[in-house]
Design a protein around this ligand. Structure first.
Ligand code: FE2
Length: 306
């Protein structure tokens, strides 16, 4: 097999059956993923969601299910391990994030599959978070040190019923896998979260303190958190981004603090412009992803690796 030495993401485009390729080259693909953080498989035969599922199966890593996760996004399963990526409206930008880094339960990697590419827009921005943290330590050393030392707490408001019009629209019943307020409180208690019921039946929760930086091997550290997405994007009829993030001690993380990592991440972002049948594999600890606004129909499926 050939693996061209492109920097980021790595691109493998030799074609053929992707499941067969992945089962034959599993160790090399995993090693490459650990180095580069993202691999684009282009030009392989992946005609539909079932073929995508078979490729993930061939990769051979255990799955991480949406039902078990504390994700805030509304999604629909296509096969048991494949679901639609965030169903937020086309004009909504999903800002850079690590999948579920705003919770204590997150996948180690994600597969994406482009079934239908958008007419315009709809790229998946990818950004190396180890490079972001390196640069942040140089350009915003005080914030980098404080964020690393204190960690972060996230606050968001979950509706009583799924609201597919919002990127943060998953109901508290679905998010917490419960069917009653008592069940929700028990689950939040286990997680170490605090909460407040609002008049319309929605639920405001604040997480326990979560890390902002993660060791990713060989002395590298990544800016592994949800700060950018929460600060830029947690905005809907229930959520105010100015209340979404604080340091672990409860003090505000300010727009001035956030301006530096946002600028750095924007500079380092690569926009993956999808072609139909592309598959991408993303290391969730090393690389942030998002979704650009788009027009026309776009269908990108995802699957999580635990
Ligand atoms: Fe995501």
């Amino acid at each position: 097999m050939t693996m061209p030495d492109s920097d980021f993401p790595a691109i493998i485009d030799e074609g053929g059956d992707l499941a067969a390729f992945l089962s034959a080259n599993r160790a090399e693909v995993r090693a490459r993923l650990g180095e580069t953080g993202a691999i684009l498989f282009r030009g392989f035969d992946v005609p539909d969601a079932q073929a995508f599922d078979a490729a993930i199966e061939a990769y051979g890593a255990p799955g991480f299910t949406y039902e078990d996760s504390l994700s805030n996004a509304v999604r629909t399963n296509v096969t048991p391990r494949v679901f639609t990526a965030n169903e937020a409206p086309p004009e909504t930008e999903i800002y850079l994030h690590h999948e579920m880094a705003q919770t204590p339960l997150y996948p180690s990697a994600l597969f994406f599959y482009c079934e239908i590419a958008a007419e315009t827009g709809g790229a998946t921005p990818l950004c190396r978070a180890d490079r972001v943290f390196d640069q942040l330590q140089r350009e915003g050393p005080a914030f980098a040190a404080r964020a690393e030392a204190e960690g972060v707490r996230y606050t968001n408001v979950m509706p009583a019923e799924d609201d597919a019009g919002s990127g943060q629209g998953r109901s508290w019943r679905s998010t917490l896998s419960v069917d009653s307020a008592e069940g929700a409180e028990a689950r939040l208690g286990e997680l170490g979260y605090s909460w407040e019921w609002l008049e319309d039946g929605s639920l405001r929760v604040t997480t326990c303190t979560l890390p902002t930086v993660r060791e990713v091997g060989e002395g590298r550290k990544s800016f592994f958190n949800q700060l950018i997405a929460a600060f830029r994007g947690w905005s809907d009829s229930r959520n105010d981004p100015n209340r979404a993030i604080t340091f672990g001690d409860g003090q505000a993380i300010t727009p001035e603090d956030m301006a530096i990592p946002i600028r750095i991440a924007d500079e380092l972002t690569y926009d993956l412009q999808w072609k139909a049948r592309d598959v991408a594999l993303v290391d969730n600890f090393l690389v942030m992803h998002g979704r650009r606004p788009f027009s026309g129909r776009r269908r990108v499926l995802a699957s999580l690796i635990s």
